[in-house]
Design a protein around this ligand. Structure first.
Ligand code: ATP
Ligand code: MG
Length: 428
């Protein structure tokens, strides 16, 4: 069957100049087609170029099998166990090449036997393995959204659009391909992806695609913590975290991924703190300043941590032990949903623990030299922004950092009784 039929309308609408495509992606496509394979640029790269945005990466889709692709490129590596893709390396640049594949869903009942269904889907309909190679058309329809299913043929300079993706790009709409509920059941992460693209592009989600989300949010519990951590990074570390957060709340998905954080919104200013943290993350990314997931996790889980610590202290556990235990408990619970690699959980604890040391103004000299001081200070400001009354501690630290050595000497180490009370409470 021909793979080249296309909507003539769409041919005129697409404006893709080859200068916008990475030369390496073009090289990969040319080499594959020279060897008789079909190969296209696809996914976010095509979408972003048509929108006039700078693509993050370039994905290539081809009918060549992974080992055939690997054979053609000496500079390539086979990636993945279940479903193999090929990374073609050009120095630091990587072009990802995926073989056309077919999704197994209800739309293809006719070929799926019952046994195969059992093998490939959980009861809720989630795909366990979508490792079936397929035809071009199948590759189009197994993709998530119409705006992500545009294929560009650089030789013909044509966009192939079998799903009205260009129309949706024009009307700024995110439309799931196929029957929404089925597609979310197959892979619940698509709900999060819809939100990410909405926040990132400022699009709206088409009504039929948005409708099942509140009902189906619970399916996110089936997703592995490792995969949800990857999604976490894309959601909150890409420069539009604040918008993502609003959408996750709007579609009632936030609590399925961050249950303790969601609960904390009912008894503490958690929502304000998270918003402040995400706003600041977005601002820093816009200014090209470094950001870390540790800080975001610290904000998401701060009030659950405080609450858990309080509970332990009421049971008679000392401040230091309660801190350690509370942090461990809260982390362990969150890791049932999203993993938190050690390189982030360590700094996150530091930020939390320093919150209890920052009131100690007469230790200022050593505290400012703590390697996590700056993050802890930023965090303190956010807590105040969220409404915690901390005796203007943030302002004090701001002045302290601005002051020179002599001025620092004269800065009153501390206001009255609070310190003494703290001292007595502290276990020795
Ligand atoms: P980004 O700009 O974030 O990279 P993207 O659209 O390229 O956005 P990727 O995660 O890189 O997203 O995926 C590449 C393409 O693979 C998507 O455009 C989409 O066509 C397809 N895809 C990715 N994830 C899914 C999924 N869960 N279900 C169906 N198709 C998917
Ligand atoms: Mg991509």
């Amino acid at each position: 069957m021909s793979h080249f039929y296309m909507n003539v309308d769409n041919r005129t609408e697409a404006s893709i100049a080859s200068e916008q495509i990475s030369i390496n992606a073009l090289k990969v496509i040319r080499r594959l087609t020279e060897h008789g394979y079909e190969a296209y640029l696809v996914g976010g790269g095509v979408r972003d170029i048509i929108l006039g945005r700078k693509p993050k990466d370039f994905d290539v889709a081809t009918n060549a099998h992974p080992d055939e692709v690997h054979e053609l490129f000496r500079n390539s590596r086979l990636i993945g166990r279940r479903f193999k893709i090929v990374h073609v390396h050009f120095g630091g640049d990587i072009v990802e090449v995926a073989t056309f594949r077919a999704a197994r869903d209800d739309a293809k009942e006719d070929i799926d036997t019952e046994d195969e269904d059992q093998l490939n889907q959980t009861e809720s309909g989630m795909l366990l393995a979508d490792n079936v190679y397929g035809e071009f058309e199948e590759d189009v329809f197994r993709r998530d959204f119409t705006i992500n299913a545009l294929y560009y043929d650089p030789e013909k300079e044509e966009v192939i659009d079998l799903v009205d993706g260009e129309k949706d790009l024009k009307s700024q709409t995110i439309t799931l391909i196929g029957e929404p509920e089925n597609r979310y059941r197959e892979d619940p992460v698509r709900m999060i992806r819809a939100i990410r693209f909405k926040a990132m592009l400022g699009f709206s989600i088409n009504e039929a695609s948005a409708e099942p989300m509140r009902e189906l949010g619970y399916l996110l519990q089936d997703i592995s913590p490792a995969r949800l951590f990857e999604e976490f990074l894309k959601l909150f570390m890409s420069g539009y975290a604040a918008a993502v957060f609003e959408e996750l709340l709007r579609y009632e998905l936030f609590g399925w991924v961050f249950p303790d954080s969601r609960r904390a919104m009912d008894y503490a200013p958690a929502e304000k703190l998270i918003r402040a943290a995400l706003d600041s993350t977005d601002r820093r990314i816009a200014e090209d300043l470094p950001v870390t997931p540790a800080f975001i996790y610290a904000a998401f889980l701060w009030y659950p941590f405080v609450e858990e610590k309080k509970r332990l202290e009421e049971e008679g556990v000392s401040h230091v032990e309660a801190s350690n235990e509370a942090a461990a408990n809260i982390l362990a619970k969150q890791q049932l949903f999203t993993s938190i690699p050690r390189r982030f959980s360590g700094p996150m604890r530091d930020i939390w623990y320093l919150q209890y040391r920052l009131p100690n103004r007469n230790k200022a000299q050593s505290l400012v030299r703590h390697k996590r001081f700056r993050a802890a200070y930023d965090f303190l400001l956010l807590r105040e922004q969220a409404g915690e009354k901390l005796d203007n501690l943030g302002e004090w630290w701001t002045e302290y950092q601005d002051a020179n050595e002599t001025e620092r000497q004269t800065m009153k180490p501390k206001p009255k009784r609070r310190r003494r009370r703290r001292r007595r409470e502290r276990p020795t």
